[in-house]
Design a protein around this ligand. Structure first.
Ligand code: MN
Length: 199
């Protein structure tokens, strides 16, 4: 029995058009996200085999495979819900207040997050996450699917800036993709995540 399974998209493939095409969403969800799910399950199975055999010769590879693929599964599971055909606009309530408090204003936050996304070298993500120790939101660049973000933070808003996320629609112009993203951000979902971590 596989441990991880591919979640359904919470909307149709083409629901985010014209900002993200149905073709991109279909490939991204059905092929890319599925590959991370499969890879995470395979890594767990192979670690089970290693324990059973008492042979940990490949443990470094398997742990890297697990982190990469489970990272991919988690990141995309958050990302799909972070978007909505009814998205865009601005956050409200306590999330809006926290963004004002910790980033100065909504505009300063979006400028920071946008620059973070545009600056990712190679494949990765921009992420707004909750730091449990300081009890505050922080913006990170996440490299590949698992690098450069400390353990112990909880994702609130993630933007995939791997080329597979935008190349069919925007080719090399990542800035246009990031600009489009703000039109589909599901602030209700981000607020729900914020409410859970601050409860
Ligand atoms: Mn992706």
């Amino acid at each position: 029995m596989p441990i991880y399974t591919l979640p359904d998209l919470p909307y149709d493939y083409s629901a985010l058009e014209p900002y993200i095409s149905g073709r991109t969403m279909q490939l991204h969800h059905d092929k890319h996200h599925q590959a991370y799910v499969t890879g995470a399950n395979t890594a767990l199975e192979q670690l089970q085999e290693a324990r059973d055999k008492g042979d940990f010769a490949n443990v470094n590879k398997l742990e890297k495979d697990l982190a990469f693929n489970l990272g991919g599964h988690i990141n995309h599971s958050v990302f799909w819900k972070n978007m909505s055909p009814d998205g865009g606009g601005k956050p409200e309530g306590e999330l809006a207040a926290a963004i004002d408090e910790y980033f100065g204003s909504f505009d300063k936050f979006t400028a920071h997050f946008t620059a973070t996304a545009l600056g990712v070298q190679g494949s990765g993500w921009a992420m707004l996450a909750w730091d449990q120790i300081a009890a505050r939101p922080v913006v990170f660049q996440l490299f590949d699917q698992q690098g450069n973000v400390p353990a112990g933070v909880t994702p609130l808003l993630q933007l995939d800036v791997w080329e597979h996320a935008y190349y069919l629609d925007y080719q090399n112009v990542r800035a246009d993709y990031v600009r489009a993203f703000w039109h589909v951000v599901n602030w209700q979902d981000v607020s729900d995540r914020f409410a859970k971590v601050t409860a």
